[in-house]
Design a protein around this ligand. Structure first.
Ligand code: G3P
Length: 225
């Protein structure tokens, strides 16, 4: 499963890249708003840091398909051809996906709340389908179930398209999709930071350190005994 950061804060992105194996960055208008700077300034900084071949996902704002296409072309001119254009799966969005894919543009179908949206976006040519796990849960449905069902639809129908799980709020949600073999997950920095906070592990490491120092002396490691 690809591991993608759902954030536009360059310091958080750099920190997570330093520690984890990361496959790219996704953004949306709300994520950009939280950074409070010119969006292209922020996105260009991210692009420069992750490199021209890494996945950067950027969402259009327009509502009509033709306007989405104009906007997508502008985003690609500014940020490079490996940028994935995020299109919300509305009726106009499906039309835009179909037209953009005919020009071989990378597409992430976003704002996905049900499996039919996933099917229609994949059929139109999307490369990724992004179900909003936690937001679906908050509507009283089962976000993980929707993501798994879309994964199955993609595989059974032979679509060249993967689920990109989004809107995670906890480790369990991420793990459920990793166990199922979905293609990718995009996770906010705060949730990523929480994935490995396990007191029992820190406690075990502390005991190993104490035992070794009792054997060899304070601040000793395998390097200086
Ligand atoms: O990038 C879209 C998705 O991840 C939204 O997440 O946390 O706003 O529900 P959230």
């Amino acid at each position: 499963m690809k591991f993608i950061i759902d954030d536009a804060n360059i310091e958080s992105i750099k920190e997570i890249y330093e520690y984890f194996s990361v496959d790219g960055v996704t953004t949306n208008p709300t994520i950009l708003w939280k950074v409070s700077k010119n969006p292209f300034k922020v996105l260009k900084e991210i692009r420069e840091f992750i490199g021209k071949d890494a996945e950067l996902h950027v969402q259009v704002i327009s509502k009509r398909a033709e306007d989405m296409i104009d906007e997508a072309n502008h985003i690609l001119n500014e940020l490079g051809n490996n940028t994935f254009i995020k299109i919300p799966v509305t009726k106009e969005g499906v039309k835009a996906i179909k037209l953009l894919k005919s020009k071989s543009i990378n597409i992430t179908a976003t704002a996905v709340y049900n499996s039919m949206q996933g099917y229609l976006a994949a059929k139109a040519g999307a490369d990724y389908i992004a179900p909003y796990i936690n937001r679906i849960d908050n509507l009283g449905f089962d976000g993980i179930k929707v993501a798994k069902e879309i994964h199955d639809i993609l595989k059974i129908n032979g679509f060249n398209c993967e689920v990109l799980g989004a809107s995670f709020k906890n480790s369990k949600q991420v793990l459920e999709l990793a166990k199922y073999g979905v293609g990718a997950a995009t996770i906010g920095s705060q949730v990523i930071e929480g994935l490995l906070k396990i007191d029992a592990v820190n406690c075990a490491v502390e005991t190993f350190t104490n035992d070794f120092e009792n054997l060899c002396g304070k601040n000793k490691t395998m390097k200086n005994i």
